[in-house]
Design a protein around this ligand. Structure first.
Ligand code: BGC
Length: 255
């Protein structure tokens, strides 16, 4: 049984908890601190270090980032400060926390957790997880193998970045009714479905707790659409799974 600290950096909050990677369960209550503004490398590293300290953690850690992450290096940061771009985040967090750190995209982390322990467990074929939060994140699986760093939240719909229209933040900012927002989500999912034809779409992020308010309003999709089972903990669990896999000598999580 491996215990790994999972840390999920989002546009709104930074959450952490130790995870038993054999079961996907959090072994202590999750702690959450607000994402600092501006969310530069210095300010975010401070918050992550506080969370590591709060758990008195000395073991391995997995950390998610809401942008493209390749070999620990950040390539995009749509909802955090652009000073992150080009930064080796894994090395930066390792230097600040003295822990062995594995980094991956936040939606990819949520995806691997849902595929092993949640709504995608045992499902083959093309499965797409979309997190609707501050932005829209995506994780694409083909027969359980992740295609990392897909960025389907940034396809263009009606001349706009899709996440500006259909994220949970867009619902709040434009004060949309569930019906109006569900219409936007429906249009977005139809576009994505036309590109990828997934058999299953898993809707994640905090909004998955309110799935009954909008999933029944979606129409005309061929794919089965289900809420995430691990809700907002999926990123923490997936971050820990990634660190565990890398610790065991694999390049990435194997489902
Ligand atoms: C980022 C993605 C991220 C998603 C959810 C998007 O703006 O480009 O990398 O997964 O937000 O946080």
């Amino acid at each position: 049984m491996a215990h790994v600290l999972g840390i999920d950096i989002g546009g709104t909050g930074i959450k952490a908890a130790p995870v038993d990677t054999a079961t996907g369960e959090l072994t202590a209550e999750r702690q959450k601190l607000p994402t600092p503004h501006p969310a530069t490398p210095d300010t975010v590293v401070d918050v992550v270090a506080q969370l590591v300290q709060a758990f008195d953690w000395t073991g391995p850690a997995g950390v998610t980032f809401p942008g493209v992450v390749v070999d620990g290096v950040i390539h995009t940061a749509a909802n955090l400060d652009h000073a992150w771009i080009g930064v080796d985040a894994a090395k930066t967090f390792e230097a600040a926390t003295k822990l062995a750190v594995t980094m991956l995209n936040d939606a990819d982390a949520a995806g691997v957790a849902e595929m092993r322990f949640g709504a995608g467990s045992g499902v083959g074929g093309t499965v797409l997880l979309l997190t609707l939060g501050t932005g829209i994140g995506s994780a694409l699986f083909v027969d359980g193998v992740l295609v990392p760093n897909t960025e389907f939240g940034h396809i263009e719909i009606r001349g706009k970045d899709a996440e500006r229209r259909a994220s949970e933040l867009a619902r709040e900012e434009h004060d949309l009714s569930w019906g109006a927002w569900a219409g936007r989500v429906d249009e977005y999912l139809s576009h994505v479905e036309a590109l990828l034809s997934p058999g299953l779409i898993i809707v994640g992020g905090g909004i998955s707790r309110k799935a009954d308010k909008f999933l029944p309003l979606l129409t005309g999709l061929r794919a089965k659409v289900v809420p995430a089972a691990l809700h907002n903990d999926a990123g923490i669990v997936g971050a820990a799974m990634a660190a565990d896999a890398v610790g065991a000598g694999h390049a990435t999580v194997r489902l």
